[in-house]
Ligand binder design. Structure first.
Ligand SMILES: [Zn+2]
Length: 258
């Protein structure tokens, strides 16, 4: 049984530079069939494209994360021009991650985050590609912006929405992705979202090296741990692990056109 990990950060320093290539190869030899690498800035977008050229089943998303946009403030068109050029690479399957993060006090100003989010949605529309959206403590603002871009579709990654909001997004054609958070004891809200959404909208991800599933909390996450998230989803949906693997892979292939 193999899984589609729809959200990873293998350029993170937690993964040893020397061993990184062999490590990713070992994941494909194990329980992983497909990986999407998400970007946070220009250099990580270059990394994701290089990795996608090394492995047949590794795909890239390019973009600027809300927490990383301050360095390009005042130069958004130039920075996003670079991203848009990269986005035309044949292995780039999405724009992202982009979105809003109002959690940390010292995050970039909201108006800068908003500018980068809106411009990346416009880019996704021009290129006809889906977006990978990061939303932390910013649900209302994210929804307002998505409503202004009705022709853009994508995935809400590591979903922390209410079931009601997640369902609204699904009705607009969006996908909802669940990370290791679903395995945490206090994840009651996330569990209710897993149960509520239509099965053809459901995706899984690790967001590695972040958000390891319960058995590995405090450790560096990697794609092979996705099985714990898949097991929890199988339990919540009251279906088999095989069905979780099959449905989530099918959905991810549809969203990313792979
Ligand atoms: Zn991420």
């Amino acid at each position: 049984m193999k899984f589609f990990d729809t959200h990873t950060h293998y350029d993170d320093q937690k993964f040893d530079v020397i061993q990184r290539k062999d490590f990713i190869a070992s994941l494909f030899d194990g329980n992983i069939e497909y990986i999407v690498g998400a970007s946070v800035d220009e250099s990580s977008s270059y990394f994701q494209i290089a990795a996608s050229e090394m492995f047949e089943n590794y795909f890239a998303a390019v973009g600027i994360h809300p927490e990383n946009c301050a360095q390009y403030a005042g130069n958004s068109d130039e920075a996003l021009g670079v991203i848009e050029k990269l986005a035309r690479h044949p292995k780039v399957v999405a724009i992202g991650e982009t979105g809003l993060d109002f959690y940390w006090q010292d995050n970039p100003p909201r108006e800068v985050q908003t500018e980068f989010f809106e411009k990346q949605l416009d880019m996704a529309e021009r290129l006809g590609k889906p977006v990978i959206v990061h939303d932390r403590e910013a649900h209302g603002a994210v929804f307002d912006i998505l409503r202004r871009h009705p022709r853009v579709c994508g995935v809400m990654h590591s979903c922390s929405l209410s079931a009601e909001m997640a369902l609204q997004l699904c009705r607009l054609g969006w996908y909802i992705s669940f990370s290791g958070v679903v395995t945490y004891k206090n994840a009651v809200n996330v569990a209710s979202v897993v149960k509520a959404i239509p099965e053809d909208r459901l995706l899984i991800e690790t967001d590695c090296p972040y958000l390891p599933p319960a058995p590995y909390r405090g450790k560096t996450n990697n794609s092979s741990y996705i099985i714990h998230t898949a097991e929890k989803i199988a339990e919540l949906r009251d279906w088999s692990l095989e069905k979780t693997a099959q449905i989530t892979s099918q959905n991810a292939k549809r969203l990313f056109s792979v």
